[in-house]
Design a protein around this ligand. Structure first.
Ligand code: XMP
Length: 522
């Protein structure tokens, strides 16, 4: 196993993720975990992460001395390289030019880490790597015993190695995807230099996670707010695997869910997996509070507030529960760490997360270290259906932000049916490679527009509501393109909606990108 010491970089978990991708077990611990821990941990190799500090300042983080005395390979990344240099007798200086972003690094010294790995070869025959750099300080004198492993124009020592002791260090970040050979480099470190086999996989992950959950909660009871989304569903399945009936899930139906969502959740968790799920139908409560409200932010606040109220009430009834489980995943952790620094609130996002502290429950977050695609793989390995695990995201306020203006039950019913037809057709329509348009889009849904337009059906005039279809492609949901859906697919969806959903007589397709539009309409 590989031990990763965290010096506070935003991307430390990415290192762990790449090591997991290489089939090797790894854990992240804070840099100041202590010498005794390092000595007894039994790591096959240690990785020192990047971090925001400067080693030039006196009391900034240092690696425990035991790291360099454990007799195992060590890889320092960015700050990890600088502290390694400083602690082993080299010199770090405050660079005049900050390097941030793309850089080309020349590999040198034929080291076991970089030899033969490159993205292109220069006319002079130098192997070059395309990497991602982010640093102000740089190493100017290598510690005794080290040789040069890589350099850039601005950074003469972009990598160094003491191959005798198997100490390696790079100024760039091999863990980010912008470093093209990053995976190969980390793979080399763990396989060839540390000698780890790739024998760690999802079933192992599950048994380790199950052990951890059992150790953490003992015989206590746990509650979890199940939304039907991927994260809370996978968390529920994992925790149920660990502690069975000590887990109770609360599924709050605010009347703004997709068609048959409640039934789907109850069937899958209640019937198939045997999880205890309380199905709380709070439609009337939500609709009551939303009546007459048209402002999008106010609607979101009401839905968020009522959600907490319902959850708190139900949780209060489960008086023995000591833990609140949540499907927080690693990107959520980063996002909330960055809160406050960010600019304007574009929309106040509401999740099942963010429940009040007044519940007096301890938090159980077994997916905290995982990335979305890993959560999905975990879900499949736990036996959740592929179709549910690879679903598009669905916002916490649900159809509440897809019914423009005032929310009414009548509108929600029309929208649910139109939306289900759209999704069904997207799933059914496949391209030449057999991939469905549902899988080719990142998020797709219908939006209810509370305006009426004139139509003609049979011999009669109609005067009914409009739905807009939205389908986007995006990697991070921060920016998005509208999806170029085939016209015949759009035509089929439009026909079916108008024919099958009485009360709707017009369908339009949203062709706005994000920015300037957002993905949701409210
Ligand atoms: P926007 O509309 O801001 O949406 O471009 C970006 C992504 O966030 C989702 N979204 C939400 N998710 N609670 C959530 O859990 C919310 O309040 C919320 N608002 C937007 C949206 O569906 C899209 O995936």
């Amino acid at each position: 196993k590989i031990l990763i010491l965290d010096f506070g970089s935003q991307v430390t978990q990415l290192i762990a993720r790449r090591v997991r991708d290489a089939g090797v077990f790894s854990e992240v611990y804070p840099y100041d975990i202590g010498d005794d821990f390092i000595r007894s941990y039994g790591a096959a190799g240690i990785i020192l992460s990047g971090g925001p500090n400067s080693v030039i300042e006196g009391d900034t983080p240092r690696a425990p001395q035991a790291v360099f005395e454990a007799g195992v390979p060590v890889l320092g990344i960015c700050y990890g390289m600088q502290t390694m240099a400083a602690q082993l007798g080299g010199k770090v200086e405050n660079g005049k030019i900050r390097e941030f972003g793309y850089a080309e690094v020349r590999a040198r010294g034929h080291t076991a880490l970089l030899n033969g790995i490159n993205d292109f070869v220069t006319q002079e025959g130098h192997g070059m790597l395309k990497v991602w750099m982010s640093h102000g300080d740089k190493v100017i004198d290598m510690p005794p015993g080290f040789k040069l492993m890589a350099s850039t124009d601005n950074c003469p020592v972009a990598g160094m190695a003491d191959e005798e002791r198997k100490f390696y260090a790079v100024q760039f970040h091999p863990e980010v995807t912008h470093t093209v050979q990053g995976e190969a480099i980390l793979g080399r470190f763990v396989h060839e230099i540390c000698g780890c086999k790739s024998d760690w996989n999802m079933p192992d992950y599950i048994s380790e996670a199950v052990e951890k959950i059992r150790a953490q909660v003992g015989s206590d009871e746990v509650i979890l707010g199940l939304s039907g989304g991927v994260d809370s569903s996978v968390a529920a399945a994992l925790i149920h695997r660990a502690i069975g009936d000590q887990l109770t899930c609360v599924f709050v139906d605010h009347g703004l869910l997709r068609l048959d969502e409640g039934k789907m959740v109850m069937d899958m968790f209640g019937k198939n997996l045997g999880v205890k799920v309380l199905h709380i139908d709070a439609t009337d409560q939500f609709m009551g509070h939303l009546a007459g409200v048209t402002d999008p932010e106010q609607k979101r606040k009401i839905i968020g507030r009522e959600f907490v109220e319902v959850f708190q009430r139900e949780a209060g009834k489960l008086s023995k529960a000591k833990w609140l489980a949540q499907g927080t995943i690693y990107p959520d952790v980063i996002e909330s760490a960055g809160k406050g620094k960010k600019g304007h609130t574009i929309k106040s996002h509401h999740n099942v997360g963010g429940l009040p502290e007044t519940l007096n429950l301890k938090l159980l977050e077994p997916l905290r270290e995982l990335f979305k695609d890993e959560v999905r793989k975990l879900g499949v390995a736990l036996g959740l259906p592929h179709e549910m695990v690879y679903r598009h995201p669905f916002p916490g306020p649900g159809l509440g932000v897809r019914i423009l203006g005032e929310v009414k039950k009548e509108y929600a019913d029309l929208l649910r049916r139109a939306d289900a037809i759209f999704i069904e057709e997207l799933r059914k329509t496949v391209d030449e490679e057999g991939k469905s348009w549902y899988d080719k889009t990142s998020q797709a849904f219908a939006v209810f527009l509370p305006v009426k337009s004139v139509g003609v059906m049979g011999d009669g005039r109609t005067y009914e509501y409009v739905v807009a279809l939205r389908a986007v492609q995006t990697l991070d949901f921060m920016t998005a393109h509208w999806a170029h859906l085939p016209h015949d697919l759009l035509g089929r969806v439009s026909n079916r909606i108008i024919n099958e959903v009485r009360g709707l007589n017009r369908v339009v397709y949203d062709i706005s990108g994000k920015p300037p539009a957002t993905i949701e309409w409210e």
